[in-house]
Write a protein that binds this ligand. Structure first.
Ligand SMILES: [Zn+2]
Length: 308
């Protein structure tokens, strides 16, 4: 086995040399902290968002695509919405919306408690190619008890790839390991898959405490040769821009913007992902609509006027 692959803000992929199994390890330290510190998230929600960040980075690392992976959990419980976006080069951003009830949940509240009625909740996985093409979407019901189980279910049901996922977080940093059967695997590989997958019963402490990728893999799979690929860096990255905010304001319509101007004298928009504040003085805000109110506006954008 290679190597000096270390845990940092990165995703490290690996392959079993004599079994049709591949995997990936994600570790998000500064990235996780920076994203979670954008809002005063309740502790239970910090954990859920951290887990969804790690799961999204792992999902993105299994795809060959150029655009952005968008993982959106919509629910009706204490949590309304969790959104994670991950670019092809592992630039991550995330945000969430919640009700006051989330403040009273225990730190380790399970997904079902956070999300409420599973029949009214769902996980949507979208792939925005960012070239004006269609956004591909897969949707799974929120019947799983954890985010790891939910993503496993998505991969197995929608992508038809047997997958096992484990996630660990202390609400400041997060790590995760994904194992998948290669598409080339046949019935002859069943035993090896079951044996390897059963070794993914890692506890929080073992996953968060592991010193290096190599040590963790050697400890978990001592009887396998594993080839480790050079890790890819992950980081907090928000691609909000004045253009995208302008599009969102056009969607609100001239009447709404005029009403905000009458009340506040200017239009301020805070990016929910990174906290960047955009300010439009009256002339600039009205110029978005041209001389007459007939502009159909651009497609909606996830950057919305902040509630803050
Ligand atoms: Zn932003």
């Amino acid at each position: 086995m290679v190597t000096a692959a270390r845990f940092a803000d990165n995703v490290t992929r690996f392959m079993f040399e004599r079994a049709a199994i591949r995997g990936a390890l994600v570790s998000l330290d500064d990235t996780c902290r920076e994203i979670l510190d954008q809002h005063p998230y309740p502790p239970a929600l910090r954990r859920a968002l951290a887990e969804l960040l790690a799961a999204s980075a792992l999902l993105a690392s299994t795809l060959s695509f150029k655009g952005t992976l968008i993982v959106q959990l919509q629910a009706t419980g204490p949590v309304n919405l969790l959104v994670v976006e991950c670019t092809a080069d592992l630039g991550l951003r995330a945000t969430a919306q919640w009700r006051d009830a989330a403040d009273d949940l225990p730190d380790d509240a399970p997904l079902r408690t956070l999300a409420g009625d599973p029949a009214a909740s769902r996980l949507a996985i979208m792939l925005d190619p960012k070239d004006g093409g269609p956004i591909y979407q897969g949707i799974v019901a929120l019947e799983a008890t954890s985010i790891a189980a939910l993503i496993e279910h998505y991969l197995t049901a929608s992508e038809q790839i047997d997958s096992r996922l484990v996630l660990a977080t202390d609400a400041t940093r997060v790590r995760g390991m994904l194992l998948q059967r290669m598409p080339s695997a046949g019935p002859g590989d069943d035993v090896a898959w079951r044996q390897v997958a059963s070794r993914l019963d890692l506890g929080n402490a073992e996953l968060l405490g592991a010193g290096s990728v190599a040590k963790l893999l050697a400890a978990r799979f001592p009887d396998h040769d594993i080839r480790v690929v050079a890790p890819r860096s992950a980081r907090f990255h928000c691609d909000c821009s004045a253009d995208r905010v302008s599009n969102a304001l056009r969607m609100l319509g001239r009447a709404e913007i005029e009403s905000i101007l009458a009340e506040q004298g200017m239009v301020g928009v805070t990016c929910e992902f990174c906290g960047h504040r955009y300010r439009f003085v009256a002339a600039d805000a009205l110029a978005l609509f041209g001389p007459r109110d007939g502009n159909p506006g651009a497609p909606p954008d996830v950057t919305r006027p902040s509630r803050r």
